[in-house]
Design a protein around this ligand. Sequence first.
Ligand code: BGC
Length: 510
Amino acid sequence: MAGANQKGIVNIDTIDGHQKEGLPKELRDELDKLEKQFTVTTEKLKEITKRFQEELEEGLKENGKNIAMFVTWVLGFPTGEEKGSFLTVDLGGTNLRVCWITLNGKTKDKEHDIVVKQDSYTMPGELKTGNASDLWSFIAQSLQKFIEKENLTATPNEPLPLGFTFSYPAIQDYIDQGVLQTWTKGFDIENVEGNDVASQLRSAISDFNLSIEIVAVINDTTGAMIASAYNDPDTIVGAIFGTGCNAAYMDKISNIPKLKGKEQIQNLSPDTPMAINCEYGAFDNARKVLPITRYDENIDADSPRPGEQAFEKLSAGLYLGEIFRLIILDMHDRNLFLKDQDITKLKEPYSIDTAFLSSLEDDSTDSLTQSSETFKSDFNLTFTEPELNFSRLLAHLIAIRGARLCACGVAAISRLTKTTTGHVAADGSVANKHPRFKKRWGQALGEILDWSGEDINKAVDETGAPIVITSAEDGSGVGAAVIAAMTLERWRKGHDAGIKGDGFEKVSGR
Ligand code: BGC
């Protein structure tokens, strides 16, 4: 196993063989120090997971706790029979994705017949730190373009039902509403925090004279879980390991003390399942157990929301490349790296993305030629061979720490729900594009949950450990459509717990 032995001690000499041997003393000493800071032992993982579970439990008890544990009003898994056509829109970091999705339920051979038409609209970079009205107008305008392009017919009396994937922490008293608590992932748009994102989008939709009814606001994790469960009954968690990190799972409402006495649950049995959007990127904002380095502290201090998303800032894709960049800059400042080179381009914050780190880890070209060329073309820097080797080892260290920390969140959920087997439907750039992530994550999960050596080997070989990562189905498209279908079906039948439903008559056929 590359990177970490079974006790979780990173043994960097064994990563891809021999590199550390060949490093000049000053780089080797530096690497040894970094190795100490970035290594997360099994014992530490267990300590983190213990605290993680406590924070999950606190979030179920009361609103306003560090890990929010938002109820989503998605009451149970889909049957697979959900039908209908739905618009979906997903506000990602760089693109806005709009889909028209037709769910045909299960066809004769028990397969699903799902038709997806989709388009992406590039989000102008300045929107991320701009103002609310520009954001909502951009979304409404993109919906308008899509409706025209796809020739979708809608009238004020027959509007199109919409599932809105909004992947930021939003508290939901109803499924068709969501009040943003705080922006994450580098977003910082004025006048949205503290407001209902559905009603802000509704007014932009009305300004553009579009006939659209927002049926559900969903988080990407809930979407991933529900889209996957539509096909895979073993799904236990929907998780995103991408620009941000978070997970959703299903719990009984009797296990959610903060719902007690709420009018919305009056007619529900205590066994009713409820999808919970954990929002665990905020784990340990008090910084009691996470192994925070001074590079992590710098990232936090310079972020739009210092003090928030402590766990996410150590483990999610947005930050891995930035940690790498800060370390290299620090070594340059101390005259240990890139001596006498013009590092202007490298000074640009967030200029190294996770994809670059993954390709550095996996560079199998002689003398790391491929990475060397990227450093030259993207940053106008010439790395020496020891610097290239050092960089690859550093990329391993950062990515291994991230993957091992990511395992703590799912381990804590599985402890909380006493689940020992199942599928974690995972989406996001780190899970999908980083070939070593799943192995590292699986191994760490096994260490935390005290799996047998045989099961840990299965995790490392990806041959069927008790809990495994599966590729999530299209959460922000199919997931949002299935949730919209489930919501309308409940509404039609009068099971409207947690549904406001203003204007639903026209889309529900009730
Ligand atoms: C957001 C979550 C989201 C996660 C993954 C986090 O920054 O707060 O809502 O699920 O990123 O996209």
